[in-house]
Design a protein around this ligand. Structure first.
Ligand code: FES
Ligand SMILES: [Fe+2]
Length: 347
C-alpha cells in the first residue's frame, strides 16, 4: 500500500466510514416546529420534524447564499431559510422563493438529503457512499424492540476521535483498573487473558478467567451497516430489579478530534419493576453512571491523537486490534470502489 493510500484510509477512518448509519441526535433534541443543527462526519446537517412527526435531514446549507438552514423555521413540513425565506422540502428541492414568485430556482433539487430512522429515542442518519448511494437495511439491536427491556438513552460530546471510543469498548480489561473505585466495577481479578471469537455481525471479546463479575466481555457489531458495542455490567441487588446493566454504545465522529457518544442503558425489566428501576435510575444510579463515563472521557480525551504511532500493544489489545482492522478494511473497500467508479466514469 502506498503512503497516499494509507493517508486516504486514515482520513476516511477519522471522519467516519461511509455507507453506514450513525446516531446523530436524541429524539427529544428534534423538537416539533424547530430545526436542529448538528455537525457529524465533518459535515453540517439540519434536522426537523414535520406535522406528522417524521424527521427530515438535509445538508445545513441554504442554496441561495449559504446561510445555515438550522437558523430558519419549519413551515408546512418544509424548512425556510431565515435570511430571505427560500424554502426547501425534505428531499432538498426548492419549493418556494417568496421574494420572487415564479423564480426559476423553484423545483430545483439543490442540496443533499439524508435518510432518517428514529428508533428507541435516537435519530439515525444514513451517510451514502459511492458504492452504496441508497440506504442499506439497518438491523437495530434486538433490545430496542423487545418489550422485556427498558432503556434510557444518554448522550455526550467528547473531545477525542470516535476511534478512541471504539478502542475503549473493545478493551474490557480497562474496567477493573480505570473504574476500580466505582459502585459496580470494583470486583474480580486484575489479571487475565483475552479471548476473541468471530461472530456473523462482528466479534466477541471476553476475559478468559471470569464472566459476569466485572465488565468481562464486549460484543462488537460491525456488520457493514453500522458499528455499535454491547456489554453487561453486573449489578448488585441494591441496584434494583433486572439483573445486569446492559449498555449499547454508538460513537459518531463530529470531526477528527471530536465525537458524540450515545449510550443506551438497559435493564431487563417490565411492569412494576420497570417503573421502579426507571425511578431508581434517575434518582440514584444515573450520577454513578456519569461518574464512570467521566473516567472514560477524561482518559480518552487526554490520549494524544497520534498515540497509535508509538503504542506497545500486548495480548489484551487483541480486541482493539480487531476493531481497527475491521474498520480499516471497510474504509479500504469503499475507497477502492470509489476509485473504480471514477475510473469507469472517466473511461
Ligand atoms: S441565504 Fe437563504 S434565503 Fe438567502
Ligand atoms: Fe470504561
Amino acid at each position: 500500500m502506498t503512503v497516499a493510500e494509507k493517508d486516504r484510509i486514515e482520513e476516511r477512518l477519522s471522519t467516519g466510514v461511509l455507507g453506514q448509519w450513525y446516531v446523530v441526535a436524541k429524539t427529544v433534541q428534534v423538537k416539533p416546529g424547530k430545526p436542529h443543527g448538528v455537525r457529524v462526519l465533518d459535515r453540517h446537517l439540519v434536522l426537523w420534524r414535520d406535522a406528522a412527526g417524521k424527521v427530515h435531514c438535509l445538508e445545513d446549507y441554504c442554496p441561495h447564499r449559504g446561510a445555515r438552514l438550522s437558523r430558519g423555521e419549519v413551515i408546512d413540513d418544509n424548512i425556510a431559510c431565515r435570511y430571505h425565506g427560500v424554502t426547501l422540502d425534505g428531499g432538498g428541492t426548492i419549493v418556494r422563493v417568496p421574494a420572487m414568485p415564479g423564480c426559476a430556482l423553484e423545483g430545483r433539487k439543490a442540496v443533499d438529503s439524508y435518510a432518517v430512522i428514529e428508533a428507541n429515542d435516537g435519530v439515525f442518519v444514513y451517510f451514502p457512499s459511492a458504492e452504496r448511494p441508497e440506504p442499506c437495511e439497518l438491523t437495530l439491536p434486538a433490545e430496542f424492540s423487545d418489550p422485556a427491556w427498558s432503556s434510557i438513552l444518554c448522550m455526550s460530546r467528547w473531545a477525542c476521535s470516535h476511534r478512541f471510543v471504539y478502542d475503549n469498548f473493545a478493551d474490557p480489561m480497562h474496567a477493573c483498573y480505570l473504574h476500580a473505585d466505582s459502585f459496580t466495577l470494583a470486583f474480580g481479578a486484575k489479571q487475565d487473558v483475552m479471548q476473541i471469537e468471530k461472530r456473523d455481525d462482528g466479534f466477541f471479546i471476553a476475559r478468559a478467567g471470569q464472566r459476569d463479575v466485572n465488565l468481562d466481555w464486549t460484543h462488537v457489531v460491525a456488520d457493514g451497516t453500522q458499528v455499535y458495542c454491547r456489554l453487561d455490567i453486573p449489578y448488585p441487588t441494591a441496584a434494583g430489579p433486572g439483573g445486569p446493566f446492559r449498555i449499547i454504545g454508538y460513537a459518531t465522529p463530529v470531526d477528527e478530534e471530536t465525537c458524540l457518544v450515545f449510550f443506551w442503558r438497559f435493564r431487563e425489566v417490565s411492569g412494576l419493576p420497570r417503573e421502579s428501576w426507571r425511578f431508581l435510575y434517575r434518582a440514584t444510579l444515573e450520577p454513578r453512571h456519569w461518574h464512570v463515563l467521566e473516567q472514560d472521557r477524561e482518559m480518552l480525551t487526554n490520549i494524544p491523537a497520534d498515540a497509535h504511532k508509538r503504542e506497545m500493544l500486548y495480548q489484551h489489545d487483541v480486541g482493539v486490534a480487531r476493531m481497527r482492522r475491521t474498520l480499516t478494511q471497510q474504509a479500504r473497500q469503499q475507497l477502492d470502489a470509489e476509485v473504480s467508479a471514477s475510473t469507469r466514469a472517466a473511461g
